[in-house]
Write a new protein. Structure first.
Length: 223
């Protein structure tokens, strides 16, 4: 495992943003499940600025397009919304309601000026989330592998989406990440039907997979 970490570190001399991205997608053991304090430190010190890069924008364009396809005028829950890169694209096409949640108070504070009667940002943990609202779409954009128990978190979130869809994106970098992510995809596929999906491969070698799942019994799932 240390060899993989060192390989990522070796990229830094050629491409620091890529190195930072790889280390967050493929973190060392002690950082695999970051707590609120760690997330907040990273946002406060600019550790997630790379999420605003052109490559990330392309990835988020596809997620936003899927949101429009599967939920025009939708109520959307964006889990791990960060500083709103996806929100800004969703706002362009419109939505009925948007709720973005993130562990980082700093990230949520920076989003506060975007709040209005249809748009809300909350400091919250998806693994302990308690909301009474219901949504048409839940977006899990590069967050599933940070959950200690991904399927328990998904089960909790499914109660908020009785007739809608989940749009889930995960990057696939390196042996260690691949094993965990493959298992997560398998578990999700065993619990919900997959409706659509795509993979994006960048010149850097990074690959992301986006998949859409319908909640069993929903109109989408029965098509």
């Amino acid at each position: 495992m240390q060899v993989l970490k060192n390989a990522c570190l070796g990229i830094s001399s050629r491409c620091p943003p890529l190195r930072n991205g790889l280390l967050r997608i493929l973190p060392p053991p002690e950082h695999f499940f970051p707590d609120e304090a760690q997330w907040d430190r990273e946002y406060a010190t600019g550790g997630w600025e790379w999420l605003k890069s052109d490559d990330e924008r392309v990835h988020n364009y596809h997620i936003a397009a899927y949101c429009t396809r599967y939920g025009p005028d939708a109520a959307i829950l964006d889990v791990g919304c960060g500083e709103g890169v996806l929100h800004d694209l969703l706002a362009r096409d419109g939505y009925r309601e948007y709720v973005g949640i993130d562990l980082s108070p700093t990230a949520i504070e920076r989003m506060a000026w975007r709040s209005d009667s249809r748009t809300h940002f909350l400091v919250a943990n998806a693994e302990t989330l308690a909301l009474e609202a219901q949504f048409d779409i839940v977006v899990l954009n590069e967050v599933m592998y940070y959950f200690r128990d991904p399927m328990a978190a998904l089960t909790r979130l499914r109660a908020l989406v009785p007739a809608g869809v989940f749009i889930i994106s995960m990057a696939d970098v390196g042996f260690r990440a691949t094993l965990r992510i493959q298992r997560i995809w398998q578990d999700i596929g065993a619990s919900m039907p997959m409706l659509d999906g795509m993979s994006l491969r960048y010149a850097t070698g990074l690959q992301r997979t986006i998949r859409i799942f319908g909640v069993p019994g929903s109109t989408w799932a029965m098509r």
